[in-house]
Design a protein around this ligand. Structure first.
Ligand code: RTP
Ligand code: MG
Length: 139
């Protein structure tokens, strides 16, 4: 089951800029089924834990500040080859390098504020989904 799932967050910039509906439409049109979905806001402790892999990077403080400044939309998504196909749908980390038609090309504003997250492996998809949703919230 986990191999067909990924985890995403519409980041605070995407929510603030009013892109939630359009982004969910694109996710739906690309064939992903919603397993879990909610609007929530991460605390500093949450964001430091979620992005712990980056805690030595120079942008870590900025990233935590950004990810906690407003609500996000968190979701678990299901589809064949979910992790890789979702990374293709969202595009490169830097929107300036993202392919035409990708979510980051259309809705991101900068390298730091890039509208959306997608898990980078099946293992992280499970860890990240379970970070935000209990078993009873995943259908
Ligand atoms: P994400 O984890 O959010 O899906 O993004 P990603 O895999 O494409 O990129 P990653 O290397 O994991 O970086 C995580 C997030 O940190 C911010 N970032 N800022 N200012 C910078 O140099 C910089 N580099 C990365 C971005 O919000 C990026 O998505
Ligand atoms: Mg990443």
């Amino acid at each position: 089951m986990a191999t067909n799932r990924t985890f995403t967050m519409i980041k605070p910039d995407g929510v603030e800029n009013g892109h939630t509906g359009a982004i969910l439409d694109k996710i739906n049109a690309a064939g992903f089924r919603i397993v879990a979905l909610k609007k929530t806001q991460m605390t500093k402790v949450d964001a430091e834990k979620f992005y712990a892999v980056h805690n030595e990077r120079p942008f870590f403080g900025e990233l935590v500040e950004f990810m906690t400044r407003g609500p996000i939309i968190a979701a678990i998504l299901e589809k064949e080859n979910a992790v890789e196909d979702f990374r293709t749908l969202i595009g490169a980390t830097n929107p300036a390098e993202a392919a035409e038609g990708t979510i980051r090309k259309m809705y991101a504003t900068s390298l730091g504020e890039n509208a959306i997250h997608g898990s980078d492996s099946d293992e992280n998809a499970t860890i990240e989904g379970d970070f935000h949703f209990s078993g009873r919230e995943q259908f």
